[in-house]
Design a binder for this molecule. Structure first.
Ligand SMILES: NC(=O)c1ccc[n+]([C@@H]2O[C@H](COP(=O)([O-])OP(=O)(O)OC[C@H]3O[C@@H](n4cnc5c(N)ncnc54)[C@H](OP(=O)(O)O)[C@@H]3O)[C@@H](O)[C@H]2O)c1
Length: 248
C-alpha cells in the first residue's frame, strides 16, 4: 500500500472533496487526485493558497477544480447542507472526501488548556468532519463506491502528555469513522482513517520546531495510501486505520 501506484486516469470523471487543500498533505493530495483525473473541490480557509493549487492543477491540464473558501472554525450545519446542495447541482454525485484540515493548537499541560482553544480544535477537527459527512451522505450515495477518508494521528490511538485537545480530537475522529463504517457496512460507502505519520509540513514544524525537517518524509512521499483508499482496489476496505508510512 505504501508503494501503491495507481493506474493513470483512475479518478477520471470522479469528484473528490479535499479539506485543508491549500497546504501540506491536503495540497499534495489535491494535486495528485487531479493529476489522476479527478475534479477536485478545494476547501480551505486561505483563498490565496487555494487559488495557487487551482492554478497549478489547471497549468498541468487537470480537470478544472472548484474552490470552497470556508473557515471550519465558524462553519455551521447550514453551511455544510448548502455545500451539499451546490455539489449535487453542479456535479450530480460525490465520489470521495479527504477530511484533512486540522488545527494543532498549543501543546501544553492538560490543566492549562483554555476553553477557547479546546473548542476551536474540536470544531475544526471533529465537528466539521461529523456534520460535513452527515450533510454529504446523500450525494455520496449517488456515486458508485464512494470513499470517505478521515485523518488521524499516532496520538489518536495512544494518548501522549501535552497533546491534550489535539490528541482527544483524533481519538474522536477514529471513533467517528468506526461508528459510521459499521453503520454503512452493507452499503456502497466506505469510511477509513489515514495516520500520515511524521511528515514535513507547517503543522509538524510547529509541534517540533527544533527538528530538522529534512529528516522527514514529504507529503509527496506518503501518497500511496491516499491513492489506495480513493481507488477501486479498496472497495472492500472499511472501518480501518491505515498508516501512510511503514513502521521503522
Ligand atoms: N504533518 C504531520 O506530521 C502529521 C502527523 C499526523 C497527522 N497529521 C494530520 O494530517 C493532516 C494534514 O496536516 P498537515 O501536516 O498537512 O498540516 P498543515 O500543513 O498545517 O495543513 C493543514 C491544513 O488545514 C487547513 N486548516 C486549518 N484550520 C482550518 C480551518 N479552521 N478551516 C479550514 N481549513 C483549515 C490549513 O489551512 P491554511 O493553509 O489556510 O492554514 C491547511 O491547509 C491533519 O489532519 C493533521 O492532523 C499530520
Amino acid at each position: 500500500m505504501h508503494d501503491y501506484s495507481p493506474t493513470p486516469d483512475y479518478l477520471k470523471n470522479r469528484v473528490i472533496l479535499v479539506t485543508g487543500a491549500g497546504d501540506g498533505i491536503g495540497r499534495q493530495a489535491a494535486l495528485e487526485y487531479a493529476a489522476y483525473g479527478a475534479t477536485v473541490i478545494l476547501l480551505g480557509r486561505t483563498v490565496k493558497k487555494l487559488e495557487a493549487v487551482y492554478d497549478e492543477i489547471v497549468a498541468a491540464n487537470g480537470p478544472e477544480p472548484a474552490i470552497v473558501p470556508m473557515d471550519l472554525k465558524g462553519a455551521t450545519v447550514k453551511h455544510y447542507q448548502d455545500m451539499a446542495v451546490t455539489i449535487e447541482q453542479q456535479f450530480g454525485a460525490l465520489h470521495g472526501i479527504l477530511h484533512n484540515a486540522s488545527l494543532l493548537g498549543h501543546l501544553s499541560p492538560f490543566k492549562e488548556i483554555q476553553e477557547n482553544e479546546y473548542n476551536d480544535i474540536m470544531r475544526v477537527n471533529v465537528h466539521a468532519d461529523f456534520f460535513m459527512t452527515q450533510a454529504l451522505l446523500p450525494v455520496l450515495l449517488k456515486a458508485d463506491n464512494a470513499s470517505v477518508i478521515f485523518t488521524s494521528s499516532g496520538v489518536g490511538s495512544k494518548g501522549r502528555a501535552f497533546w491534550g485537545s489535539y490528541a482527544i480530537s483524533k481519538f474522536a475522529t477514529e471513533g467517528m469513522m468506526q461508528v459510521i463504517a459499521d453503520e454503512y457496512d452493507n452499503s456502497t460507502l466506505r469510511f477509513n482513517c489515514i495516520n500520515p505519520g511524521k511528515t514535513r509540513t507547517a503543522m509538524r514544524a510547529s509541534a517540533y520546531p527544533a527538528e530538522d525537517p529534512l529528516t522527514l518524509r514529504t507529503p509527496e512521499e506518503i501518497m500511496g495510501v491516499y491513492h489506495y483508499l480513493m481507488s477501486d482496489d479498496s472497495v472492500n476496505v472499511t472501518g480501518q486505520t491505515l498508516k501512510a508510512q511503514p513502521d521503522k
